[in-house]
Design a protein around this ligand. Structure first.
Ligand code: SAH
Length: 316
């Protein structure tokens, strides 16, 4: 494409690369390219489920609310979260936004009766209990050097950047996605949890990264064969979501959020039931919460309709 039509933007490179990447494989787990929080421990999905269940109950336990997840991966988070939600009495439908046929098949094995959508705009007209874990990082970013958009071209057989210099990033795709969530919440009620790695405040810098077989790789090597992501700018996301008729919470670190919502107690009660795995539960809690593991880099932010209370864990 570049040979025929000239250099393309970083944004387009990322979109095309990831479309191929996710459509053709299950990237998760030891045999894949990366591991995510729900794949580390059931405690992650259970706490997400508990946060949503609490919010749903305090909002009046509306019968028409649906569980919605963006980019559900293997369906592990949904399975763990729904176990907790079902115990709390939630009997609503399950809706997944997922483009990858390979991952849809995995999700179908784990979650009976789920429905799939290509885009957010196809979600049903109902109150949402929505979660997106490591979804926004996969949506394309633009990179700017001054007012010039950074582009990618071909040199020999390799892809290279056309220009270098101090970089600023933004992401119309992410802003559009969070705006669609916000207007859906404004119209039908509900709450959305966004969990991802990134920064609470906008800043300068190049955060485009490729991961292959659990290692960082050259971002332009093997296009479509490695996971291309960029850090999520939660300040920009929060601003885009602030459409006036919804509330946007502050951004808290994943570690703080999980500890506030009781991951320590959950690890202990699991250890009581399975004493032989006590060390595994303690290690998983540490990996998810500790500042030098996922606890600080990963952030959590919520958006909720004015008709619903704020979810727990975001108080100053
Ligand atoms: N949430 C899961 C998986 C994260 S990987 C977990 O935490 O384990 C990113 C997920 O988003 C995959 O399921 C991928 O197929 C999906 N995805 C990536 N880009 C997408 C897009 N543009 N539209 C819908 N789903 C997308």
């Amino acid at each position: 494409m570049i040979r025929a039509g000239g250099p393309i933007s970083v944004e387009r490179t990322m979109a095309l690369s990831n479309a191929h990447y996710y459509a053709t494989r299950d990237p998760l787990g030891a045999a894949g390219d990366f591991t995510t929080a729900p794949e580390i421990s059931q405690m992650f999905g259970e706490i997400v489920g508990a946060a949503l269940a609490d919010c749903w109950l305090r909002a009046g336990a509306q019968l028409d609310a649906v569980y919605a997840e963006l980019g559900p991966g293997r369906g592990t988070l949904a399975a763990d979260a729904l176990r907790v939600l079902r115990k709390a009495g939630f009997a609503g439908e399950v809706h997944f936004v997922e483009t990858s046929p390979v991952l849809r098949a995995q999700q179908a094995e784990r979650i009976q009766g789920a429905r799939w959508h290509e885009t957010l705009s196809d979600l049903p007209d109902a109150p949402l209990l929505l979660v997106a874990n490591e979804f926004f990082d996969a949506l394309p970013v633009r990179q700017w050097i001054g007012d010039e958009e950074r582009r990618v071209t071909v040199e020999g057989d390799a892809l290279v950047f056309t220009t270098d210099g101090p970089i600023r990033e933004d992401s119309p795709a992410r802003e559009q996605a969070v705006q669609m969530i916000a207007s859906h919440l404004a119209a039908f009620g509900g709450v959305a949890l966004v969990i991802d790695y990134g920064h609470a405040r906008s800043g300068e810098g190049d955060t485009l990264q490729a991961v292959h077989a659990h290692r960082y790789a050259d971002a332009l090597a093997e296009p479509g064969e490695q996971d291309l992501t960029a850090h999520v700018d939660f300040e920009a996301l929060g601003k885009a979501a602030s459409i006036g008729e919804v509330e946007v919470t502050r951004v808290v670190s994943q570690g703080e959020w999980l500890e506030r919502l009781g991951i320590a107690a959950r690890a202990e009660s699991l250890a009581d039931v399975h004493p032989e795995r006590a060390e595994d539960f303690a290690a998983a809690r540490k990996r998810l919460s500790a500042a030098d593991a996922m606890g600080r880099l990963f952030k959590v932010m919520a958006v909720h309709s004015r008709s619903w209370p704020a979810p727990a864990g975001f108080d100053p």
